[in-house]
Design a protein around this ligand. Structure first.
Ligand SMILES: Nc1ncnc2c1ncn2[C@@H]1O[C@H](COP(=O)(O)OP(=O)(O)OP(=O)(O)O)[C@@H](O)[C@H]1O
Ligand SMILES: [Mg+2]
Length: 239
């Protein structure tokens, strides 16, 4: 018997092979190379979760500005102006953090992780959101020039656990044969789930594939399956 409450990903073909979804409260890594559709996949999960469920979420963007993110999702066919989406997904744009920091001349003196955790805690109390997307961990550490990312990741994950959020942390994977799911070598151990998006190249053809590397408390299919976006249905499908 499955006693876990689960959050469906709304990715067709994925939930069916994952006992219905991601256990509530899990911290998941969504890892992949540039352009692997990390932002699109996670945003679509949030988007469909608020359209088909009672939940709400926060999308923290550091990589890409809020307008660019909204334009991309709109181009994908998602209705970002739907009142339910507007009211239930807060996009928090931290992409100009570096500029703010430099203007104040205090980039090195602020406890940015502490500030971030405080913000998330406030939002949790005031708007009661349940889902969190953090896009991306790497961008946050680059912007804030944190000295000990490993300890800071630990601190962030602990805080997110205490807040009982179900979360997705986007991690870039660089280089051809990168086998590590996060940049700092601890993200995958500290998380409950790892979703890996790859662009599989055979000569001139490239196929997008998705693999669940781990998902605690879940019986899930292994292996990489091709996936694509169904524009009319506004969801991804794993073949
Ligand atoms: N309407 C569309 N339908 C399907 N795919 C699209 C559409 N519009 C853009 N794309 C694809 O989406 C890709 C970008 O997706 P996304 O921004 O989610 O990737 P990412 O992994 O977050 O990239 P980055 O590393 O830049 O953050 C584009 O490179 C393009 O191939
Ligand atoms: Mg992205």
């Amino acid at each position: 018997m499955d006693i876990m409450e689960r959050i469906p990903t709304h990715v067709e073909g994925l939930d069916e092979n994952m006992q219905g979804g991601i256990p509530k409260g899990h911290i998941c890594i969504v890892a992949g190379a540039s352009g692997a559709m990390k932002s699109s996949v996670t945003f679509s999960m949030l988007y469909n979760a608020v359209l088909y469920g009672e939940t709400s979420g926060i999308y923290v963007t550091l990589e890409q500005g809020k307008d660019s993110l909204r334009a991309h999702m709109s181009n994908m066919g998602m209705n970002v102006d739907d009142p339910r989406v507007r009211n239930r997904i807060a996009i928090i744009d931290l992409s100009d953090l570096r500029v703010q920091l430099d203007e104040q001349g205090m980039s090195n003196r602020v406890d940015w992780m502490g500030q971030l955790i405080k913000q998330l805690t406030n939002y949790r109390k005031s708007i009661g959101f349940e889902l969190l997307v953090f896009d991306s961990l790497g961008a946050f550490f680059t912007l804030t020039k944190m000295e000990n990312p490993r300890d800071e990741i630990f601190r962030l994950f602990e805080a997110v656990r205490r807040l009982e959020l179900t979360s997705f942390f986007i991690c870039e994977m660089t280089g051809e044969n990168h086998r590590q799911f996060g940049e700092y070598g601890v993200e995958d151990y500290l998380s409950d789930g790892v979703i890996h998006l790859v662009m599989d190249r055979k000569e001139d053809d490239v196929q997008r594939k998705l693999g669940i590397i781990k998902m605690r408390h879940t019986r899930h299919a292994l292996g990489y399956k091709p996936f694509n976006w169904k524009q009319e249905e506004q969801r991804f499908t794993v073949l």
